[in-house]
Design a protein around this ligand. Structure first.
Ligand code: FES
Length: 105
């Protein structure tokens, strides 16, 4: 499935992701800037924060308990905020758009 990342500047990156990997991994593995993922995906840093485009929110698994707790430490959290290391790529998410925040901290 393709995942679309849009930087705060508007620059778009379309990456070919593998079902089962995390959206964070799809970003970092394709050198998408702005998804820092300092903790490497263990849900302890909140620097993989991105906004899942409204139209896709229902297609991703809901925010988990650990994710919600970590998100409290992220900047400018919105109802569609996700920690991308906690979102798995699925075929349903083909074409999903994640907007990267201006800053991760
Ligand atoms: Fe650290 Fe997602 S990579 S919380």
């Amino acid at each position: 499935p393709k995942i679309v990342f849009i930087e705060a500047s508007g620059k778009e990156h379309v990456v070919e992701a593998k079902a089962g990997e995390s959206v964070m991994f799809a970003a970092t593995g394709n050198m998408v800037p702005g998804i820092l993922a300092d903790c490497g995906g263990s849900c302890t840093c909140a620097t993989c924060h991105a906004y899942l485009d409204e139209g896709w929110v229902d297609k991703a698994a809901p925010v988990g308990e650990d994710e919600a707790a970590m998100l409290e430490g992220a900047l400018d959290v919105r109802p569609n905020s996700r920690l991308t290391c906690q979102v798995n790529v699925t075929d349903e998410l083909d074409g999903a758009i994640f907007r990267i925040p201006v800053s991760q901290y």
